[in-house]
Design a protein around this ligand. Structure first.
Ligand code: DAT
Ligand code: MG
Length: 152
């Protein structure tokens, strides 16, 4: 399986509730590689582009208002199968239906306060990484213990 990258964000509710370390730590402990990380309050333009696919949905204005309401922790994680794998760690969009052990299953109740975002496929991952990060903000590096995370 080829190495790939995905965009993950701790939403404002996760930051306000002090869940950043817990959420970040789950990706870290899984073995995925952190290649980009920053805290920012998204502009309306960034939020509208990020959620552009939902532009016509009734929840869109509330969603944009929520995601721009405070700081977000934006991240890029790398690894073989990380795009789908991160979605498994995140759990279902509706937190009450998310499996226990997943981020949303463990840490959230409400679809409008589901604490974390993850790209849903290779195309959205590429788009979202380019939207949130400049190329020079991403680091290519090799963990010293990579051979203990993934068989060569
Ligand atoms: P996901 O975040 O699991 O990729 P999505 O892309 O379908 O889910 O929707 C993006 C976000 O929009 C989701 O995390 C929460 C919000 N959302 C989706 N459906 C909603 C709904 N029916 N009512 C309120 N918010 C909703
Ligand atoms: Mg989505």
């Amino acid at each position: 399986m080829a190495e790939e990258r995905t965009f993950i964000a701790v939403k404002p509710d996760g930051v306000q509730r002090g869940l950043v370390a817990d959420i970040l730590g789950r990706f870290e402990r899984k073995g995925f590689k952190l290649v980009g990380l920053k805290l920012l309050t998204p502009s309306r333009s960034l939020a509208e582009q990020h959620y552009g696919i939902h532009r016509e949905r009734p929840f869109f204005p509330g969603l944009v208002g929520f995601i721009t309401s405070g700081p977000v922790v934006a991240m890029v994680w790398e690894g073989a199968g990380v795009i789908a794998g991160a979605r498994v760690l995140i759990g279902a969009t509706k937190p009450l239906e998310a499996a226990p052990g997943t981020i949303r299953g463990d840490l959230a109740m409400d679809i409008g306060r589901n604490v974390v975002h993850g790209s849903d496929g290779p195309e959205s991952a590429r788009f979202e990484i380019g939207l949130w990060f400049h190329p020079e903000e991403l680091s290519s590096w090799e963990p010293a213990d990579q051979g203990w995370r993934r068989q060569a």
